[in-house]
Design a protein around this ligand. Structure first.
Ligand code: SF4
Ligand code: SF4
Length: 222
């Protein structure tokens, strides 16, 4: 008898080809299922999948398997799924200073409209600060940076970070626990791949989130 690793990942195999209806994307809690218009199927990012099985339950063609249970004839899908994300991450451009400044401007503009002072930080996907601005305290500056750090590290909004993710992060993610912030206001951006994250601090969590959302949708509309 073999024991499945706690964070084994799932793989999308050939039955998805030509169907590609995206049903699984809607139920994935960590947004780790992606494709592009040129691809004939969806893929699962093995670094982010938390093996929750939700996608398996909704797939109309039984295309999704645990990595060690992929049928022999579709074993190549394991490599194909991983390669899709590796290639995408290598080829994805970094967030530019112009993009970062545009987001900061949008966030600060919204903050002014709702009458709050905020710190805003934009980090690239390697957690380096690309741009930041603040008209509030140094403490808020740190929180804004750490919200962005958390969002880009997990490739999730700060509000989606669970105890389980922090205690047992997916393979390839090694968060600095002292920098993990779970209050609203940290959002990853970029589509279809995460290019970085924005962090906003200074208002209530809801206000910070509102400013962050306005900033991200300035460049990546819903
Ligand atoms: S098993 Fe869960 S986390 Fe993994 S791809 Fe499916 S829905 Fe997403
Ligand atoms: S639900 Fe199944 S068929 Fe639909 S996109 Fe996902 S893996 Fe492909």
């Amino acid at each position: 008898m073999t024991t499945a690793p706690v964070f084994s990942s799932y793989v999308i195999a050939d039955p998805c080809i030509g169907v590609k209806d995206g049903t699984c994307v809607e139920v994935c809690p960590v947004d780790c299922i992606e494709t592009t218009p040129d691809e004939t199927q969806f893929f699962i990012d093995p670094e982010l999948c938390i093996a929750c099985e939700q996608c398996v339950l909704v797939c109309p063609v039984d295309a999704i398997y645990l990595v060690h249970e992929v049928p022999e004839q579709w074993k190549g899908s394991i490599e194909t799924n991983a390669a899709f994300f590796l290639r995408a991450k290598e080829e994805a451009p970094s967030v530019s200073l112009e993009q970062a400044e545009a987001m900061i401007e949008a966030a600060r503009s919204r903050a002014t409209e709702i009458g709050i002072k905020v710190a805003v930080a934009v980090l690239d996907r390697n957690c380096a600060v690309v741009a930041e601005d603040s008209d509030t305290s140094v403490e808020h500056d740190d929180v804004a940076r750490n919200k962005a750090y958390t969002a880009v590290t997990f490739e999730l909004a700060t509000t989606a970070i669970t105890d389980r993710l922090v205690e047992s992060p997916p393979a390839g993610i090694e968060p600095d626990a002292s920098r993990v912030v779970r209050d609203a206001g940290g959002l990853p951006f970029g589509r279809p791949y995460v290019l970085g994250a924005i962090g906003v601090a200074g208002g209530t969590p809801e206000q910070d989130l509102e400013c962050g959302r306005v900033a991200v949708t300035t460049l990546w509309p819903d």
